[in-house]
Design a protein around this ligand. Structure first.
Ligand code: ZN
Length: 274
């Protein structure tokens, strides 16, 4: 019995000793890590001042009452009165099969590898598009059209970062092959002019169905407009179609929700004339 007790005491003593040692070494490790991080910070600072690492540790999540409010308590949901007018106008002529989502963060639209150049990642995290138009049946696909409203800031030489952000957006959208148009509202103009400018821009820049992405009902690939070989009528054929097989998915052009055909110019004009 005594022997067991002595063994137990020795065992406990051994465990305490080990734990302490492990603690010490982990502390040493942490200190070393901090040191390396400090060095890293130093290097980064020398390289690019704007790079800061995302804090990994947890911290007090205190949110001041004044910084968060529902939009209804803010004067306007919109960044500018012009954006609100553009939205009102778009609602008139964008086909009901489409959803107009205002103020959408870039990362809601596409996947972004955060391990990429941090400076660009931070930009991408913080940026949004003014209007993103989705086909309601294809929300998981790329948007049908993205619209940016260009206020005075976009042409202000002093605000070079706005221009750079615009360039970045354009680069990304080109890579993703998403239709994109801008509405120039940099000059101040009366509300009716803003509406007219919106309509004109859509008419000029979105002249045909070819500018909208249509997806194959069979395989989900992008479709292209082509003429039927015998009748000559246009239809949407799958881009993956080829003579020796591939996908033969097709869609009747009149059955595809037409953004452009949904533009009710006549109605809008008659409203204007009233
Ligand atoms: Zn297909």
């Amino acid at each position: 019995m005594k022997i067991i007790l002595i063994l137990l005491i020795i065992l406990i003593g051994f465990i305490i000793y080990k734990t302490k040692k492990a603690k010490n070494s982990s502390q040493a490790y942490q200190e070393k890590t901090v040191e390396i991080n400090e060095n890293q910070k130093h290097i980064d600072k020398n390289k690019v001042a704007s790079i800061e690492s995302v804090p990994k540790e947890t911290f007090e999540l205190e949110i001041d009452d004044n910084i968060i409010r529902v939009f209804s308590l803010k004067k306007s949901f919109w960044d500018s009165p012009a954006e609100s007018l553009v939205y009102e106008t778009l609602k008139i002529f964008i086909d009901e099969n489409y959803l107009i989502a205002p103020h959408v963060g870039l990362r809601e639209i596409f996947y972004w590898d955060w391990k990429y150049d941090k400076r660009i990642t931070y930009k991408v995290n913080a940026m949004h598009f003014d209007f993103v138009i989705y086909h309601k049946g294809q929300m998981m696909n790329r948007p049908a059209l993205i619209i940016e409203v260009l206020g005075g800031d976009h042409f202000n030489e002093q605000k070079s970062w706005v221009k750079q952000n615009d360039e970045l957006k354009l680069k990304i959208l080109k890579k993703l092959d998403v239709s994109f148009i801008t509405i120039d509202l940099s000059k101040s103009m009366p509300d009716e002019e803003v509406k007219k400018m919106t309509i004109k821009t859509i008419k000029d820049k979105v002249p045909s169905r070819e500018h909208y992405t249509v997806y194959c009902p069979k395989c989900g690939s992008v479709m292209e407009l082509k003429p039927n070989k015998t009748t000559g009528t246009m239809f949407y054929g799958c881009k993956k179609f080829h003579k020796n097989g591939g996908c033969n998915g097709s869609r009747d052009i009149t059955k595809v929700a037409p953004l452009y055909n949904g533009i009710n110019i006549k109605d809008f004009n008659s409203k204007n004339n009233d």
